[in-house]
Design a protein around this ligand. Structure first.
Ligand code: ZN
Ligand code: ZN
Length: 191
């Protein structure tokens, strides 16, 4: 049986947390997840902003997935700050067309806000934001329920206010998305 989702862990992402994040994503989203060291060299660094262009990384990740016949979905975890066109920063980004997604640990860490470091907090936030981006890959949009994983948080406090679960509406939608994607993957393999 193949895994539902692959997590690619960049070498600059926080060490030692990959297993805990993958277990938590499984608990939140009901997906089987395996973890690999990321095979992708990160491009898209903007020296003026000291950030990486998440769109460029997702372009490159999509290309790598196509070449290596990785069906996805893939969640790439990186340790550098991300921006996207028109936005000062993003916690993460998803591209449903190629089933590629990315999340950064930088603004999910207590240190960034001058608070005491805590691995547990970081694991929980990475799992929530990772599950959120995967939700987009499974076809979900943002949700108005502040406690739902698909709520779009604009601050760390809003992120921490979300529960580690999808609301009822989004839970039903993600199940529909899962079967749609597994059917498409079966067709791709047969093709
Ligand atoms: Zn979103
Ligand atoms: Zn919801």
């Amino acid at each position: 049986m193949g895994m539902d989702v692959h997590i690619f862990w960049d070498h600059r992402a926080p060490e030692g947390l990959a297993r805990s994040v993958s277990r938590s994503v499984t608990a939140i989203a009901g997906l089987t997840v395996d973890v690999h060291d990321s095979p992708l060299a990160l491009n898209g660094y903007n020296g003026q902003r000291r950030q990486i262009d998440a769109g460029v990384v997702l372009d490159n990740l999509g290309t790598l997935m196509r070449r290596q016949r990785i069906q996805g979905p893939v969640l790439l975890v990186v340790g550098q700050d991300l921006f996207a066109t028109g936005l000062d920063f993003v916690f993460g980004l998803a591209r449903p067309q190629t089933r590629a997604s990315i999340v950064s640990s930088v603004r999910l860490s207590n240190e960034y806000y001058g608070r005491h470091p805590c691995d547990e907090d970081l694991v929980e936030r990475l799992a929530k934001e990772g599950s959120h981006e995967l939700g987009h890959i499974y076809g979900l949009s943002h949700c108005n329920n502040h406690e739902c994983i698909m709520f779009n948080p604009h601050s760390l406090d809003e992120l921490d206010g979300k529960k580690k679960e999808f609301c009822q509406v989004c839970s039903a939608a993600i199940e529909t998305g899962k079967s749609a994607i597994s059917q498409r993957i079966t067709l791709d393999v047969l093709r």
